[in-house]
Design a protein around this ligand. Structure first.
Ligand code: RB5
Length: 149
């Protein structure tokens, strides 16, 4: 599985820890975020990851800013992106099962390193359920995105 990761200036250090963990576990990781601590606007960080997902260059995405909120809002403005901002692994698992989320977001100033790794692990190891009610609801979200609802 190929995973894209992105971040603003608040999250470079946490990004590197997560990349290391993923690579040690055999995942291919593509880094789209900033590697420094100079101010880097979270909407800018969201764009290359979302484009890579739209172009199917990566399978799933991880997006981190200070709170996780700004970057999740920015990701969710891209067509076909379903980004979930959360601070614990249960939501990360359920958003894959129920929402077929393709980006997980969290805040480097909100969750610690080990919790962040647990969130990522839950997200990338869970499959979408394909249950009819979830497929239908996701289609409704897509219809909203396309001004058809
Ligand atoms: C940057 O200071 C901070 O605003 C950003 O990382 C994020 O928390 C925004 O939602």
């Amino acid at each position: 599985m190929k995973i894209g990761i992105t971040n603003d200036h608040a999250a470079a250090q946490l990004k590197f820890s997560i990349m290391k963990e993923l690579e040690e576990n055999g995942y291919e990781v593509v880094n789209y975020g900033t590697d420094g601590t100079q101010a880097f606007d979270y909407p800018e960080a969201a764009i290359p990851l979302c484009k890579a997902l739209q172009n199917k260059e990566v399978d799933l995405g991880i997006a981190i800013c200070g709170t996780g909120v700004g970057i999740s809002i920015a990701c969710n403005k891209h067509k076909g992106i379903r980004a979930c901002c959360c601070s614990e692994p249960a939501s990360a698992r359920l958003t894959r099962e129920h929402n077929d989320a393709n980006v997980i977001c969290f805040g480097a100033r909100i969750v610690g390193e080990e919790l962040a790794k647990d969130i990522v692990r839950a997200f990338i190891t869970t499959e979408f359920s394909h249950e009819e009610r979830h497929v239908r609801r996701i289609q409704m979200v897509t219809d909203i995105e396309n001004d058809q609802l």
